[in-house]
Design a protein around this ligand. Sequence first.
Ligand SMILES: Cc1cc2nc3c(=O)[nH]c(=O)nc-3n(C[C@H](O)[C@H](O)[C@H](O)COP(=O)(O)O)c2cc1C
Length: 147
Amino acid sequence: MNKAVIYYSKTGHSKKIAQEVAIELHVHAENVKENPDIGEVDWLFIVGGIYGGASDPHLINYVSSLDGDKIKNAVLITSCLSVKMKQDKIREILVEKGIKVYEEEFICKGNFLVIGLGHPNQREIRDAVRFVRKIMLEKAEQPVKTV
Ligand SMILES: Cc1cc2nc3c(=O)[nH]c(=O)nc-3n(C[C@H](O)[C@H](O)[C@H](O)COP(=O)(O)O)c2cc1C
């Protein structure tokens, strides 16, 4: 089962989360700014922040360039201050490409300037890793819920 972790990060939170998730999955976290070639993937984990209510165009463009025939499933892990915003545009693009997107999206608290300083903390990053571990265990037992 091929797995890949990609991230877009302006201030480092998504990078940190992606790196911990990658350790859990025994892969390398790839920065979309470097336009990584991820090849054929069974499970693609996409970690990104929210800026002005949306995903960054770098990540949107990268995901738009993916070949839907090469990626089976995707999981979204989102970092934002409000803990309410999701990577809606990214999900929409993946679904349009015929990639199955895991229904639940993990949202990790971030910060903006001094608001929310200290987030994501170690516990929150650990929870993101647990979320990924849960999906991988679930996958080993039964077909996953997708939209
Ligand atoms: C320029 C900028 C705009 C942001 N806009 C939002 C926003 O609209 N909603 C929100 O919940 N968080 C917002 N945030 C907070 C970030 O989503 C949060 O800190 C996230 O963890 C950043 O991820 P990163 O460190 O990987 O770039 C913003 C942060 C920055 C720097």
